[in-house]
Design a protein around this ligand. Structure first.
Ligand code: PLP
Length: 233
């Protein structure tokens, strides 16, 4: 078995254990394999091992991989999730090539994605990224801005608002990890109270997925624990 296949087993077992500890059904938690900086061959290995959803941060890198994978495994049913910062001039390529976008943090970006989503494709699944750690440098809507933007996005044709995404400030302290993820869950509950039904909490990465699952994550975005350490260039 390849090391990627082995690591996928390890991560899936970790998801199952965290779900069980939280009294949740492991089936309710989707593993998004974050393949940024890893090549199409690595993605293909993961696909062959049964992984079906991949997260990418950079548009051009992702498009190259999507094309390579279509050639190498035309029969594979793979969902592509865009999870990186979004520049206005990249929205068309995102709208045309992805199934999900987790990193929408401005109404203007959502509107462009809605206008540019090809009508022949199903609606683009959207998560609004929220800055729950209140750091100036981090992207994401502030909790105060969230409700009006969510209302606007929920009404846009071509998009389907699925939920919220966050990247909390890194900490190794489990109670702090949980407190941040709990804030995102509470914001989703606030949206539900406001009549905006969502089914997705995209939260948790290699280092903190267990805490995220304990607080209700439905998608965990995991890179390093599957593919290994990234070579930053
Ligand atoms: C890179 C990245 C991940 C994966 O992080 P790991 O620590 O490698 O698991 C998850 N989410 C986002 C938004 C990322 O950019």
């Amino acid at each position: 078995m390849s090391s990627i296949a082995k690591q996928l087993q390890v991560v899936n077992a970790r998801i199952a254990a965290a779900a069980q500890a939280a009294g949740r059904n492991p089936q309710d938690i989707q593993l998004l394999a974050v393949s940024k900086f890893f090549d199409a061959a690595s993605v293909l290995e993961a696909v062959r091992a049964g992984q079906a959803a991949f997260g990418e941060n950079y548009v051009q890198e992702a498009l190259d991989k999507i094309a390579a994978l279509k050639l190498a495994a035309p029969e594979a049913r793979v969902a592509w999730h865009f999870i990186g910062p979004i520049q206005s001039n990249k929205t068309r390529q995102i709208a045309e090539n992805f199934d999900w976008v987790h990193s929408v943090d401005r109404e203007k970006i959502a509107r462009r994605l809605a206008e540019q989503r090809p009508p022949a494709l199903p609606p683009l699944n959207i998560c609004l990224q929220v800055n729950i750690s209140a750091e100036d440098s981090k992207s994401g809507l502030s909790p105060d801005e969230l409700l009006p933007v969510a209302r606007a996005v929920a009404a846009m044709p071509g998009l389907r608002l699925r939920g919220l995404m966050a990247i909390p400030a890194p900490t190794e302290v489990a109670v702090e990890q949980r407190a941040a993820f709990r804030r995102l869950r509470e914001l989703a509950a606030l949206l539900a109270d406001g009549g905006i039904a969502c089914d997705t909490l995209s939260m948790g990465m290699s280092a903190d997925m267990d805490a995220a699952i304990a607080e209700g994550a439905t998608i965990v975005r995991v890179g390093t624990a599957i593919f290994g350490q990234r070579q930053t260039h």
